[in-house]
Design a protein around this ligand. Structure first.
Ligand code: MRU
Length: 356
């Protein structure tokens, strides 16, 4: 069953509507996006987030950029448009693949009106493909869980659900597919400091679907593995290097260490658009550093437009410094299997599986 309750992205005749994920779970606020700059702002401020959703939104943003122009395409303007969208968030590879495809298709046309329709078509195509990839990925994930087991306990990190994709989700997609296959699924959602994608978004999605879900703080996984029978950890990813090293939301690596120590299988859910075979290892994956206020304040979820931060919003001493890397790299040796739309396989099979 596909969740139609959370469509983070919708498009009507040249207007992009985004479910503002910063306001969840308190309220469902929708942003009407009419320009490429508004799109970049929404991606940067994480009103829309999750690697596949960022890529789709980025291409709709390009289309809005093309719509604002007319007449003959100048290669300089085309490159500027592509590069400014590319700079919005650097870690997930999905956006750069989508923009590369947008560039290739735009080279075949001469006027901005045609670029607009080509990019609009591409964005809609990306949405459709992502949804069908997620559904296949979810089904493939079932093979890793014993058929005879009626109850499964899963730990997940960040949010990889319908909110992060075109629908269904990757790691949450497997969870949905397990539920649809008749299993009782119990989910433990890492809170995912500092942006709280786990407690704000994953718990929200699971509750809307009636899937039993417990939020844990990111430091609780050791206790959890010692005190509950956990069947698997399922996470998503933002970029996977050729050797299987995987960039995902900050805290994923710590969770993987904990899972390995407790011999709990650690699975990374990825579509083909997550693999970056140009990179041999994870050490060259760019890691986005975000602003310190996300770590030092509880009221960091403001709209980023010249917010005034008051001392009352702080969870740290005034003037305290913080580090805020948004992603980390989980070495391939911690990953039992990748779950993809084209099958499940260990890190050492990446090159052969992706060549097919
Ligand atoms: O910073 P975010 O919220 O965009 O990070 C999201 C993640 O790390 C997800 O795990 C990843 O993008 C996969 S979503 C299917």
């Amino acid at each position: 069953m596909v969740s139609d309750r959370f469509s983070p992205i919708s498009w009507q005749t040249g207007e992009l509507t985004l479910l503002d994920q910063r306001s969840l779970p308190k309220q469902k606020t929708f942003l009407k996006i009419r320009t490429v700059d508004e799109t970049i702002f929404a991606i940067r401020e994480m009103a829309v987030r999750g690697a596949p959703a960022i890529a789709i939104t980025g291409v709709f943003g390009l289309a809005l950029g093309a719509k604002a122009k007319s007449g003959e395409v100048s290669p300089g303007e085309l490159t500027d448009l592509l590069s400014k969208v590319m700079e919005s968030r650097p870690t997930a590879v999905n956006l750069s693949y989508a923009l590369k495809e947008a560039e290739i298709r735009a080279k075949q046309v001469l006027v901005w009106e045609d670029v607009f329709s080509i990019w609009e078509t591409l964005a809609l195509e990306l949405m459709q493909n992502d949804l069908s990839d997620n559904l296949n990925l979810g089904k493939n994930g079932l093979s890793l869980f014993s058929e005879s087991k009626s109850e499964v306990h899963i730990v997940t990190h960040c949010n990889t659900g319908a909110l992060a994709t075109a629908g269904h989700g990757t790691a949450l997609g497997v969870i949905r597919s397990l539920r649809d296959a008749g299993k009782k699924v119990i989910v433990y959602a890492d809170e995912t400091r500092p942006f709280l994608q786990g407690s704000r978004l994953t718990a929200f999605e699971m509750m809307e679907e009636g899937i039993e879900c417990y939020i844990i703080t990111d430091g609780m996984s050791g206790w959890l593995f010692n005190n509950r029978k956990i069947d698997a950890v399922l996470v998503g990813c933002d970029r996977v290097a050729a050797n299987g090293d995987t960039a995902n939301k900050i805290g994923t690596y710590t969770l993987a260490i904990s899972a390995k120590q407790h011999e709990v299988p650690f699975y990374v859910c990825a579509t083909k658009d997550s693999f970056d075979l140009k990179l041999e290892t994870g050490s060259s994956i760019p890691i986005e550093m975000r602003r310190e206020e996300e770590v030092t304040r509880f009221d960091f979820l403001k709209d980023g437009k010249g917010d005034i931060f008051l001392p009352e919003g702080m969870t740290a001493p005034i003037g305290a410094r913080a580090l805020n890397p948004s992603f980390d790299i989980t070495p391939h040796s911690f990953i039992r299997n990748f779950i993809t739309e084209f099958g499940c396989f260990p890190p050492e099979e990446i090159r052969t599986r992706l060549r097919k």
